[in-house]
Design a protein around this ligand. Structure first.
Ligand code: NAD
Length: 452
């Protein structure tokens, strides 16, 4: 690991990555390698957790292609020095800010969207002119191996390299001195990464998780709400960091809403055969999820099968904030429903918990929408939709507090991997000279009058 980081540092110090053309060429190369190896990528992810080609293309590869396209289109603009106003104290001078790469970066990925979450941060890292060590999650071992193969065969080690492995490998990587660490994963591991980064004062982006609520208010358009909620919750069998973790449903609509949810799930025909459902990633996670299903509170679903790592889309009702399922992020196809009558009380409950990564508001009432958006602190979210804010790269994506530090996608990603160098650029032909000795009364009066 030490040798790898040293090699990358030497390469970074050669200044080659600072060339815009170089960055563009490598973004194109990454896109071409992904495109020409799509079959291998589909097979690997299917072998890991039966994810279909449709889902892999739409939720993983397409987002990467769009990110690359956007980076190629905007790279020149994002990298340009930005002029800012010069104040009177510094007259005459120019002032500008130059975006520069941070250096050798480490990207650590999570398993649930293994291609997207590993490679989406690599795109801005390359676009901003960094070198990259990528450590994908070891849990989906086939996708990790596929990425290692196609990237390590096509990129030089001193520029972009994939290192495979679990905790020991990641721990060893974290002992090295990187100039940027970008981590996607759980809150506890995020804290380990943050501590390791602190030793070298390495800047971090932490994309973490948590319990993301969705408010279903009295005025919600139930037909559309149900459609969007079912899709977003059971996509990837609920193994999505920004999936609605639990629902807060107004009492007046609860019965109708639950019936419609049940019908929508039934009509969606979730199955591995249909390609619209995936396995729970491993047995450990399967056994973590099953105790979250309180049999006495099942409204729909609940069937499971350990051999296939299958858990049916499941709705739990009559849930309170004291239920076990409300303790930690669920990260699986279990949807608890809490009924409310007092919105203020629900908002207070959400605010008493760690700040969510996402929050969703289903309502046609502007005041209710503004109230929730205004009062709750959360990473990002949507009104009358869930998940889809991730697909607009003009919206910086990230958490706040326990759900993360920093953000990325689009220009925000470029910023995450850049240092903005501030420069005051003075000509030598003139100097007001007020700061030099002697410190006279006249100078002080001038300063007080014109600069103070
Ligand atoms: P995880 O924290 O277990 O693993 C993430 C990465 O950290 C993996 O590469 C793993 O090898 C490494 N790792 C695990 N334990 C480690 C340790 N002790 N020391 C050093 N490295 C270690 O997370 P996960 O199970 O892969 O992903 C699930 C979590 O990630 C959920 O909480 C989810 O909400 C969150 N997540 C967040 C986002 C986001 O964009 N904010 C996206 C996906 C997942």
């Amino acid at each position: 690991m030490k040798a790898l980081v040293e090699k990358q540092r030497n390469f970074f110090n050669s200044n080659k990555t600072k060339d815009i053309q170089f960055r563009k060429e490598h973004l194109i190369k990454l896109r071409d390698i992904l495109k020409s190896n799509e079959d291998l990528l589909y097979k690997a992810i299917y072998d890991d957790f039966k994810k279909s080609e449709f889902d892999t293309f739409t939720n993983e590869l397409l987002l990467l292609y769009l990110d690359i396209k956007e980076a190629l289109h905007n790279l020149k603009k994002w990298s340009k020095p930005k002029k800012v106003r010069t104040n009177l104290v510094n007259f005459p001078a120019k002032s500008y800010i130059i975006p520069k790469p941070l250096g050798v970066s480490l990207v650590i990925g999570a398993w649930n969207y293994p291609y997207q979450l590993s490679l989406a941060p690599v795109i801005p890292a390359i676009a901003a002119g960094n070198t990259v060590v990528l450590k994908p999650s070891e849990l989906p071992s086939n996708t990790s191996a596929a990425m290692a193969k196609i990237i390590n065969e096509n990129f030089p080690e001193d520029y972009f390299h994939v290192v495979e492995g679990g905790i020991p490998v990641t721990s060893e990587l974290l002992e090295q001195h990187f100039d940027k660490i970008f981590f996607t994963g759980s809150v506890p591991v995020g804290k380990i990464v943050y501590q390791a980064a602190a030793k070298n004062l390495t800047p971090v982006t932490l994309e973490l998780g948590g319990k993301s609520p969705a408010f279903i208010t009295e005025s919600a358009n139930l037909k559309m709400t149900v459609k969007r909620l079912v899709w977003s919750k059971f996509l990837n069998a609920g193994q999505t960091c920004i999936a609605p973790d639990y629902l807060l449903v107004h009492e007046s609509i609860e019965e109708k809403f639950l019936e419609m949810m049940k019908t929508e799930i039934e009509n969606s025909h979730y199955s591995f055969e249909n390609g619209n459902y995936v396995q729970i990633i491993n047995e450990r996670n399967f056994h973590r999820l099953i105790p979250q299903i309180d049999e006495s509170k099942i409204y729909f679903g609940g069937r499971h099968d350990v051999e296939n790592r299958y858990i049916e889309p499941t709705i739990l009702h009559n849930i309170t904030f004291d239920d076990k399922v409300m303790e930690d992020e669920i990260f699986g196809p279990i949807l608890p429903v809490i009924t409310y009558t007092d919105l203020d009380e629900m908002i207070a409950q959400v605010k008493s918990k760690p700040k969510p990564l996402s929050c969703y508001v289903y309502t046609e009432d502007k005041k209710v929408k503004q109230k929730i958006l205004h009062e709750i602190t959360f990473g990002g979210g949507a009104v009358n939709d869930s998940i889809m804010h991730i697909a607009n790269s003009n919206l910086p994506f990230g958490g706040v507090g326990h759900s993360g530090i920093g953000s990325y996608h689009g220009e925000a990603g470029f910023r995450a991997f850049s240092h903005y160098k501030s420069i005051l650029d003075k000509p030598s032909w003139f100097e007001l000279g007020l700061k030099y000795f002697p410190q006279t009364k006249g100078k002080l009066n001038f300063i007080k009058r014109f600069l103070g």
